[in-house]
Design a protein. Structure first.
Length: 90
């Protein structure tokens, strides 16, 4: 298992600065709801979301990931390639 984590951490994605889970991505209590695509918010009520954050404060970007990916990574690791990183939606 440690070898898998090492290999995954060596991939060239951005560094993960935070990870998290929201039981409802559209809830006011979800810290990354402003990163969820605006056009999809009305249909997304009740949708759970696992996410990675890269960057801090005003330059933060968020990638929403499946649980299977979420459980393999921790803060300070490099994120896997191929993720869609979203800026805050106005």
């Amino acid at each position: 298992m440690n070898a898998i984590l090492l290999i995954l951490s060596l991939l060239s994605g951005p560094t993960i600065t935070d990870i998290g889970y929201c039981s409802d991505v559209t809830a006011p209590s979800c810290p990354v709801r402003d990163f969820w695509p605006r056009f999809n918010r009305a249909q997304s009520a009740g949708t759970e979301a696992y996410y990675f954050v890269s960057g801090f404060y005003n330059n933060a970007r968020v990638a929403f990931v499946p649980r299977e990916v979420y459980v393999r990574f921790t803060v300070s690791m490099s994120a896997p390639d191929g993720l869609v990183w979203r800026p805050r939606q106005p």
